[in-house]
Design a protein. Sequence first.
Length: 258
Amino acid sequence: MSTTTCQVVGFLVSSLGVGGSIMATAMDTWSTQDLYDNLVTAVFQYQGLWRSCVRQSSGFTECRPYFTILGLPAMFQAVRALMIVGIVLGILGLFVCIFALKCIRIGSMEDTAKANMTLTSGIMFIIAGLCAITGVSVFANMLVTNFWMSTTNMYQGMQNVQNRYTFGSALFVGWVAGGLALVGGIMMCLACKGLIPEESRYKAVSYNASGRNISYRTGPYKGSGYEADPKTRKGAGYEEAARSEDGRRSYPSKYDYV
């Protein structure tokens, strides 16, 4: 699968996951009344994250929102927070991913910047999917615990009538949406690798000087300059008088240069 295809498919799958999370959060069927061994079937109750509803056999439905926040269980509020955080991260990831698509050119944006944006959106989608899956799983655990506690109380005769709630359709929508967001985020992270440009590798090259090595010979160093060879000194301008030990000047003869 090419990089562009993987990126586009990841974007579409993540979009479905984020949309499913929004739908699951807004649904009122997180928990539905269990009608098994229930003698009263004229009224059907179901609850969501934001309100509880009652539907009568005549078709009339009445919903009542939760007017309190502090009166709700702590786990219930945690589920709300997880779903909201997942939706916010998913929407931000969609905005980032739109500008990071390789098939869309905005100005002179480089592939490295698109790769970083793709990785960022992928991480956001993964976190959003994990938040949705965790929130739905926590709510499902609460339903299972309350269900078995209500069943135990009913069989022990502590209460004559006890409403039990089971999984609603919103839970399954939330699980599927979280899984889609997670898969889309992983695909976006995989597409990031293909967007990074290959680094050019430079190999060290050793250069050898061509031709023969030439050695230069210099005369002996004396004073502040180099003294030329006596054989090459010709003319009156290059002759120097040598001072003898007794202080007289002695001029070199012609035999001294042989």
